[in-house]
Design a protein around this ligand. Sequence first.
Ligand SMILES: Cc1cc2nc3c(=O)[nH]c(=O)nc-3n(C[C@H](O)[C@H](O)[C@H](O)COP(=O)(O)OP(=O)(O)OC[C@H]3O[C@@H](n4cnc5c(N)ncnc54)[C@H](O)[C@@H]3O)c2cc1C
Length: 412
Amino acid sequence: MAAYDLIIVGGGIGGAALATVMARAGRSVLLLEQSEVYEDRVRGEWIAPWGVDEVRRVGLYDLLMGAGGHHLTRHVTYDETLDPTAAEAKTLPLGIFRADVPGPLCIGHPHHCQTLFDAAGAAGATALRGVRVIEVEAGESPRAVYEHQGRTIEATGRLLVGADGRTSMVRETAGIALHQDKPHHWFGGLLIDGAGDWPDDLQAIGTEGDFAFLAFPQGGGKVRVYGGYALDQAQRFKGPDGTRRFLDAFTMSCSPHNRHLVAGEPAGPLYSYFNNDSWTDAPFAPGVVLVGDAAGWNDPILGLGLSITYRDVRIVSELLKGADDWTHLSFATYAEERSERMRRLRFAARMQAALDMEFGDEARARRARVFAMSAADPSFKVQGFAVMAGPEALPPEAFTQEAWDRVMGAPA
Ligand SMILES: Cc1cc2nc3c(=O)[nH]c(=O)nc-3n(C[C@H](O)[C@H](O)[C@H](O)COP(=O)(O)OP(=O)(O)OC[C@H]3O[C@@H](n4cnc5c(N)ncnc54)[C@H](O)[C@@H]3O)c2cc1C
């Protein structure tokens, strides 16, 4: 039976990044990924400035830039209550949030996963694709039984890592409960090509009528677009011409440049998810630690899942590298930091979702009020700073009921 320091279940961003970091540190790593090929499942392609710092700290920044990573440097918020020229006059430079980070980093998700998976193998990890994990065991002697290329194999590890995403089997086997918020809105995502007239370094968001959009250029005329719409419109973009109707929904008078997005061609599937938040009380159990979405995810409206995952990888790898004997290693500091991090980001996401992804007269009036107050006092809706600079960049008072009432004008 093969023995490893780490058995990592799931070779997405979290698993493959941790495998690379730990293999580079000289630890033996078994990385088990179920898919044969990474496909576009509409997952994260935008890393916030604080996440870029985490990528740097785990030593993977040059790898991502070498693989075609692309920085965005400007942000515009459009809205039906704002004149487009006035919105563009308030273009936000994105290099102001973290030292030496020019702005958010974009890289296609399947390519990002493949780059990390290859790096893990190159660093000495046993990185396997097309694996069916049959059984995992936590506790004093962690182990996994899996099928690979027609063989059933059993491996033991000093630690089992659950990096197997939202429906984590490792989390379930370890008996770690997942708490979830109620869904707030539908969120559809699509990669488009041929949108070369949309500036390569400009991200934008905006709400008009019953639709909200987000656009993140990936370079070379490709743009990842998202659209948010009400929960009672599950069928809105279903059917054979659903993708075309989705792109047409980007036609907005508040954001005239959206015509370049509407003119784009779909370059991947349109998938819609309902957006919500989730968390675990403690992302570890004897013999097991969880990273990334397996440990609980933030509402994708903030686009922070990758940043969260890279921070998980950084903290967990630092703890593992800092000790030779893992028998009594405690992940309590990781759990404590993650719990507060996710609490703050849950607050920020709930606020952003209520502002951008609610529709109708009342929601419009609330957005208009928030824009006016923010124009008069740039610190008015300070929670946006946490999205870019990191949740720890603000004092705890920014995430209280009082702070909510001040911005939203009503109790949560
Ligand atoms: C619509 C949408 C948009 C998003 N946009 C952004 C964004 O712009 N920026 C951002 O930062 N985040 C974004 N996110 C979140 C981000 O994609 C995730 O947080 C991130 O991918 C989590 O990485 P992960 O490695 O933990 O999990 P995953 O990406 O889910 O990877 C898990 C891996 O484990 C494998 N796996 C699962 N089960 C098993 C098993 N039993 N055996 C073996 N392998 C297994 C899967 O095949 C997969 O490769 C978005 C999410 C959604 C839904």
